[in-house]
Design a protein around this ligand. Sequence first.
Ligand SMILES: [Ca+2]
Ligand SMILES: [Ca+2]
Length: 184
Amino acid sequence: MGDQRLGRLVRVVALACIALLTGCEDGGGGGGGGGGGPDGSCSPSADRCPGETICISGRCESAFGRLYSIVDVSVSVPTTDGAGDAWDAFGGAPDLFVTVLVNGSIVGTSTTRSDTFSANFSGPYNATLIGGSDLVVEVWDEDVSVNDRIFTCSASPISADLLRGRSLRCNSGGFAVSFQIDPR
Ligand SMILES: [Ca+2]
Ligand SMILES: [Ca+2]
């Protein structure tokens, strides 16, 4: 089951090639039928709901056509950009903020944390997800003139399996972003 989980790579779009991994255990192999509990109940922390469903209040409910909250967006970036240059003039650290997009439209933008290589944005950033929705979190460096997009973490499309994991993570070459995503 561990191998299965490691193999659960999802197609990802990124400036600097980012791998998106689920942080979740799935039921493995799709057995289990209902929620997996002895009385048909389910657990959000070990969500084995089948198909396009997710465990909400002890029941497997439709995962799509539903509002989700993205919280605890944790970001870290290398000390230099892809070209080996400082993010800001005179060796300055970047001024980080994130945007959340669904199907290319911004649904949330964080405040900016100045002069730092890592930051946490508590959110919540709310997004209604339907089947086939593309969910993207972009990490930006706010600049005086034109902001620089540092990297992109993308689930294209977001799957019920990813949503059941409640957390997503992109990680590559010193760039990292992770966040929780919970059904409302
Ligand atoms: Ca900059
Ligand atoms: Ca700066």
